[in-house]
Design a protein around this ligand. Structure first.
Ligand code: IPE
Ligand code: IPE
Ligand code: MG
Length: 238
């Protein structure tokens, strides 16, 4: 298959740099989150144009609770607005909303808005908008381990039958295709507890652009770069 025709099924993004974007402009950090929320739907438009089925976004990590209470509150207010403003569009375009993480710790209002989005979009199957909220990959692996251990304890699964698929099936991403490309904005080159198991063979792109400055054309550039990559999966050219 020609390289530029290589299908991309799943892109995961770490939307980082909102705070620094705001600081650079002499604005409070929450203004960066406000502007960042506006980029989400623009980038998702580009995802659809490129026939990418799934976009997974890191919006709030288990470690982000260590931030000031006010910043957390403001961030969730913007996310509430994002869901409210876009739910009709999700319905029109056949987009299913999915969530990764323990949402029971989120503000009541956010839980309500998110649950409504999950419920309303549950039968859509053109695209998946998968958002990580109070997500931590280590927490996800602990959760999967407990579920698998319980199956073994109840004699529903033999230890020898545990394989890579068993683990994958107990992660939040169980029903999703493998992640082809992981993009992190803002220049940081780390995973910050994101999808440790799922990214084993994904391509990584770290771009210095802050998330609120990350436009469609920046995303297209990332896809172009991805298409140049040679994914060998341990094999050699013959
Ligand atoms: C990403 O931007 C959004 C969240 C982590 C919630 P940051 O808020 O981390 O912005 P920087 O990295 O401090 O610039
Ligand atoms: C990762 O970004 C989490 C999200 C983008 C939601 P952080 O800004 O929290 O990560 P660190 O602290 O720089 O590793
Ligand atoms: Mg950050």
């Amino acid at each position: 298959m020609e390289k530029d025709k290589k299908p991309i099924n799943h892109v995961a993004i770490i939307m980082d740099g909102n705070g620094r974007w705001a600081k650079k402009r002499g604005l409070p950090r929450h203004k960066g989150h406000e502007e960042g929320c506006k980029r989400i739907i623009e980038i998702f438009e580009a995802v659809k144009e490129n026939h990418i089925k799934v976009m997974t976004l890191y919006a709030f990590s288990t470690e982000n609770w260590n931030r000031p209470k006010l910043e957390i509150k403001q961030l969730f207010t913007y996310l509430d607005k994002f869901f409210k403003d876009n739910i009709d569009k999700f319905m029109e375009d056949g987009i299913r909303v999915q969530v990764m993480g323990d949402i029971s710790r989120l503000p009541e209002k956010t839980q309500k808005v998110v649950k409504e989005a999950l419920f309303r979009t549950k039968d859509n199957d053109n695209y998946v908008f998968n958002i990580a909220l109070n997500y931590g990959s280590r927490q996800e692996i602990v959760k999967a381990t407990k579920e698998i251990a319980t199956l073994v304890k109840n004699n529903e699964l033999a230890v020898n039958d545990i394989d890579e698929t068993t683990i994958s099936n107990h992660l939040y991403t169980a029903n999703l295709p493998p992640i082809d490309l992981m993009i992190r904005t803002s220049g940081e080159q780390r995973l910050s507890n994101y999808l440790l198991y799922q990214l084993a063979y994904s391509e990584f792109i770290f771009t210095p652009t802050y998330w609120p400055d990350f436009k469609k054309e920046n995303f297209e550039e990332c896809l172009k770069e991805f298409r140049k990559r040679d994914r060998r999966y341990g094999k050699i050219e013959q």
